[in-house]
Design a protein around this ligand. Sequence first.
Ligand SMILES: Cc1ncc(C[n+]2csc(CCOP(=O)(O)OP(=O)(O)O)c2C)c(N)n1
Length: 638
Amino acid sequence: MTHMPETPLLDQVHYPSDLRKLEDRDLPQLARELRNEMIDAVSRTGGHLGAGLGVVELTIAIHNVFNTPNDRLIFDVGHQCYPHKILTGRRDRIRTLRQEDGLSGFTRRAESEYDPFGAAHSSTSISAGLGMAVAAELDKTDRRVIAVIGDGAMSAGMAYEALNNAGALDARLIVILNDNDMSIAPPTGAMSAYLARLASGRTYMGFRDFGKKLTAYLGKNVDRAITRAVEHARGYVTGGTMFEEMGFYHIGPIDGHSFDHLLPVLRNVRDHAQGPVLIHVVTQKGKGYPPAEAAADKYHGVNKFDVITGAQAKVKPNAPSYTSVFADALVQEAMLDEKIVGITAAMPNGTGLDKLQEFFPARCFDVGIAEQHAVTFAAGLAAEGFKPFAALYSTFLQRAYDQVVHDVAIQGLPVRFPIDRAGFVGADGPTHAGSFDTAFLATLPGFVVMAAADEAELKHMVRTAAAYDLGPISFRYPRGEGVGIELPERGEILQIGKGRIVKQGSKVALLSFGTRLADSLAAAEDLDAAGLPTTVADARFAKPLDHDLIRQLASHHEVLITIEEGSVGGFGSQVMQFLATEGLLDNGLKIRTLVMPDIWMEQAKPEVMNAKAGLDRAGIVQTVFKALGRSRIIEVAG
Ligand SMILES: Cc1ncc(C[n+]2csc(CCOP(=O)(O)OP(=O)(O)O)c2C)c(N)n1
């Protein structure tokens, strides 16, 4: 491609086909421009910054060498895909990232043919890539499949299940291990130490040996450029690595910011590799943006920020976040009970368990991105008389459902499940929404399932869970800040299966499960004003249900509305089941269940999502009016 020296290369690259017309020597300039473009975009939208900065060269090199989208490129998690989006026809929308009606912050099949597989939860790329590689073989199609997976994502069992299978199938799959020695937090575990040992060169061999080995494997056609690359690289790993034992041809580590290393290796693999190949690429998270490079978390996820200083916009909170209230309450209980231990799956900061880690390092376990293991590990601790708090986000607990059922619930083990990010989460969209936990936990015999209505309730639930030893117990709470209610000195132990009346009325009953209570109370004001005296109750428990409370609400009100920020099948369904079983639906009770809609709701601000779902003040009022057959849909303030 010809270009004026002063013309930004990025302006000429709309798709990878444009990129392939550039000379190799142009690529470093393209990388600089791409980095700047990404920094500017994320400074306006917020989002994942460090991971994308670390793969700028790798992304360019892959699109340069491989024939995407016919060759399939899969990013694990997908949070590092912003440079990829800019290079694949989405630059004009990159400043809409994670906004309502904008680009997703992850890869999405529906968004582009260059996103052959959607992601957001980690460690799925090798499995999906293997499926595609096998499909290509069955279809007799000459297609390469490349999975890019981080060292953090390599801590999940699923990645090994896939490697194991790929090695045995001898499939034509290219796995690029993007090793930046970071997860969100510093990585944990023996695997991370192993990768560090490989990268530190203990098992390197000289490039002559490597050249021979590569020639033997790839055929005689080894590019001369590879010799140059090897001279620059710190060395190549000798045989006998874990990946080789699993049937992969293992190349690396190579410098993931050097085109001189990336291009010849990728070209050789493209042209000659037949079976599964793993390329170990060393990168730096946050590369090329000093504030990110210097930050402890390498700017994994950021708010909007000032590009010059790197200072992130601080939204002044009105109240402490639910996560911090949980963290403080857990530390408080842990001080009084040495059997309390905490478990996080690579989210010490996100779950607030870093606070427990600070106070009781020996009683807090970051097990890596390994939710399934986290749950069964907790079950083992519980079996020995400990009081494990397995603190996971609602969305990631999904991955450990069989462990919850089989290892915890069937054995009646008292594992405590603090469930953060319950309900709509905003910019991360449907992959991260905490929608299903109530539905999938409340169906399990013997489970106690709670939801905190506000941060004081959350404190009570931490204490209640600490005190409850008869079986599994969970409590859900949302992302973001609380309502600003005064916090008790210490939480109270709640009576299991008992809700509370917050406001007494007579005609309408609003039965809320979780933090929709505030909107229920606001709606009650409007309903009172409209001549409909309204009772508001906080169920606290989806299991066991407060039968007395529900009976009373059902028999003394004309309308009963359940409200929850969760999917169908959750609290409302439990209430309906109970009412139906008891024959309480036979007396003309007008009952409605307000839940998240049965669709994958796209990213937007949580308040917008709640409004769209009809779970806000106005939505509750309208539901009551409709149930009563009133045509007047009132306008509601606030
Ligand atoms: C199943 C699952 N658990 C937790 C997360 C949250 N999460 C997102 S990115 C990330 C770290 C990934 O680290 P790595 O794979 O090394 O990628 P890097 O960000 O360092 O490039 C974590 C824990 C997730 N996306 N999926």
